[in-house]
Structure formats: C-alpha cells, structure tokens
Design a protein around this ligand. Structure first.
Ligand SMILES: [Zn+2]
Length: 417
C-alpha cells in the first residue's frame, strides 16, 4: 500500500526548498505582470520582482492580515486586484467580511494530503458536514475526499438527526466537520436509542475550523473508537497543514510556504519560537503573498516517524488581533460595527464562551430605548446578526445605559483552550 500521497512528501529539505523557491519566483514574476495590486505593492516597496527568488526574500514584503484584505477588497472589489484576470476561475467563494476568493483550480490537491494522511481512501464513505453554501469549506473538502477516492455524502449543515440517519443508512465510515458538531451528533445517537460504537461504522474523523481539545480527542478515541485527525487551513489560502498517524504536529502542505513571524515586525522568528502563521500559497490565479492568519504557532523541525519530511506546526496557541472564531467562523470587530450602525450605533459587546464542547455567543446590549429588548426587536437584531456575521447569537443580555465602556473590546473571548 502507498505510504505517502506523492513523492513530494518525502523530498529532502534541499529538494523542497529549491522546488518551492522556483514556484515562488514564477508566481511573483507572473503576479507582477497580471495583478495590478501586487505590482503596486512591489513598486511602493521598491522591490524588483526578479529579486524575490527564495522564501527568505518574502520578508521584504508586508504581511496582509484578514482585516487588511477585507479593506483592500472593499476599496477594490471583488478581489482587491490580486487576481489573474486571464485565469479561468472555477468558483468564487465568500467569507465574512465579505471577502471574495476566486477558487484556485478544481484540479489542485486541496486537502487530499490531509485525508490521505488520515488513512481515508477508496473503501471509505465520508460524511462531509461542512457547509456547501457560499463558503469554501464544503466543496473544497469534498474535492479533497474525491481525490483520495472516497465516496462523499454531502450532508453539509443538515440537522444532527439527519446526520445520524445518514451515518446509519449509508454505513458511513468517516466524518469531516467540526469536533463540536460530531459531539452533537453522538449525543443525538444516544437520544435516538443507539450505541454509537456498536451500531455504526464511523471510525475516522477529520476536523477543521475549530480547535480539538485533548479531552475531547480522548473521548472520541477511547469512548467511541473514532481515530481523529486535525487539519488546518484558511479560505484565503486553502489547506496549510495536516496531521499524520503520529499525531505529533501538523505537516505543512507542499503547495504552501509557511513562515512564523513576529506580528510586530513581520520578520521570521527563530525556529521553534512562537509567532504568527503567515502563508503564501504557490499558485497562478490569486497573488496573495504573505497572508497573516492571525493564528499563533511554532515550527517543529524534527523528523517525523511517518516518513513525511516536511516541517510541522505545533498546533495553534492562540490568536493575535481581535477577530475571533465562533463555531469555526470568524467574527471581526468591523462586522459588529456594521451591525451597530444599523441600530442607531447602539453600544454592544460580544462575549464568546464555551459550555461543554460548544461555543456560546452572547451579545450584551445597552437598553438605550424602550423598544430594545422586546421580543420583536430581539428577533430582528438576531436575524440581522446572522445575516451579517453568519454566526447565530445564542444569548442576549440587556444592561443599563453606560455599562459598556467605550474603551472596552467589541469582542471578548473568554474561552480557555
Ligand atoms: Zn508525520
């Protein structure tokens, strides 16, 4: 049986570096010709595109954060002039902001390495419980599953009851989605009178978009016999890293250059030190160089026993900046400000907490006017919030005027990982 997805995964450091450097140099040269924005960035920083020859040269360029990308796209819709106008784009996805992403190409290997490393293949029937609606997750994970030959059940965000039915009727062997949703499905199976381990064949799970705590992992593996794997990526850059059977760090994808930088300077930190994950995806459609994920991690350079030679990320240690992920979706202060503006600039604050394995989003609102807090008002607030932020509000708490200080953060993350 094939041990690795392809030859690249066993490349020597030297082979990997020269392969990636060559792709990077070509990407910058092409981007300079095709993308008005990349040309401007290079010209403003007085960088000759030919001088970007290796990953080390990327340091000359600024890091682009998600917030910055939103700003660039608002000014220059829809892609901030980062795209290749001559490229045939397969699909366009969106993520909160809004940010628009021309999808790289249908024939790329997005997520296939991750699924292969998780042991998913032609004998698997995989339930893909990521949304297929607007956002990239559903379709890109779907494609990756097809690349390794698995049969996909595109269940998306159907209710947990429907997911249980599908797992049972179709003899599903693998789950792709968030860990908290898998836990909700397992709880549902109990309510419906099933014994998960005995009555179902689901033995593998690949998680993304949400951290997997050590506790929850143990529960899945020991109590329910599910082998779990973590995958890491971002809509803007695709897949970034994935776990192998050693479960000792996440291998960096061969199609991406990952830097760990000091968020204050944008310079690479020493190997092994904590810093922001900055990603450049090598491609010829979307010239986003040095995307700052806002996630903190460090690099593991030791050899992995699985045979893959790539360096690994040591999980995610936290977030820089203020954008916060709730149930796998980012909410950013800019979105909350937009909501405030629709309600007479009402003072509010979002509090993210965790109950068991579920994220809970509470909004604290100052009662500025008598109608605030009525059933009707709350419903219209919740509807607009869902529309603008894609995330559902779980609780609303009303406080007296002046309780939320103007210098307080708009989003407070009280979760402990
Ligand atoms: Zn490994």
């Amino acid at each position: 049986m094939k041990r690795l997805f392809d030859k690249k995964e066993s490349w020597s450091n030297k082979e990997r570096k020269s392969g990636q450097d060559e792709s990077l140099a070509n990407m910058v040269k092409l981007g300079y010709k095709k993308s008005h924005r990349l040309k401007t960035i290079l010209d403003e920083n007085q960088i000759n595109p030919k001088s970007i020859k290796t990953r080390k040269d990327l340091e000359k360029l600024p890091v682009t954060s998600r917030e910055k990308l939103v700003e660039m796209q608002l000014r220059n819709a829809p892609y901030a002039s980062l795209e290749n106008p001559s490229a045939q784009i397969d699909r366009i996805f969106t993520s909160p902001g809004p940010v628009y992403e021309p999808h790289l190409a249908e024939n790329d290997y997005l997520w296939a390495r991750a699924f292969f490393a998780a042991g998913i293949g032609t004998t698997d029937i995989a339930l893909n419980a990521f949304s297929y609606h607007l956002v990239a997750a559903g379709l890109t994970f779907h494609n990756g599953l097809r690349k390794v030959g698995a049969t996909v059940v595109p269940s998306g965000t159907s209710s947990s009851q429907i997911q249980v039915q599908l797992i049972k009727d179709l003899k599903v062997t693998a789950y792709v989605g968030t860990p908290s949703f898998l836990m909700a499905i397992i709880i549902k199976t109990k309510e419906m009178g099933f014994d998960f381990k005995k009555d179902f064949r689901l033995k593998k799970a690949c998680f993304a978009a949400e951290p997997l705590s050590a506790d929850l992992r143990r529960t899945f593996e020991n109590e329910y016999g599910i082998d779990t794997y973590q995958m890491y990526g971002a809509t803007e850059v695709g897949d970034v890293a994935y776990e192998c059977s050693q479960k000792n760090g996440w291998h960096i994808c061969e199609e991406t250059i990952v830097e760990i930088v000091d968020p204050a300077t944008g310079k690479n930190v020493a190997p092994g030190q904590l810093g922001e994950i900055v990603v450049t995806r090598l491609n010829d459609i979307f010239f986003l160089l040095r995307f700052g994920t806002g996630d903190l991690s460090r690099i593991i350079t030791d050899k992995c026993k699985c045979g893959r030679t790539s360096y690994r990320l040591a999980g995610i240690s936290g977030r820089i900046g203020d954008a916060v992920k709730v149930r796998g979706l980012f909410i950013a202060p800019s979105q909350l400000k937009l909501i405030q503006s629709k309600f007479n600039n009402i003072p509010l604050q979002a509090i993210v907490n965790r109950k068991g394995h579920e994220d809970i989003l509470k909004i604290i609102i100052e009662k500025m006017a008598p109608e605030i807090g009525s059933v009707q008002w709350e419903q219209s607030f919740k509807n607009l919030f869902k529309e603008l932020c894609t995330v559902k509000v779980d609780q609303v708490e009303y406080v007296d005027r002046g309780k939320i200080k103007p210098d307080e953060k708009l989003i407070v993350d009280q979760r402990q990982w």
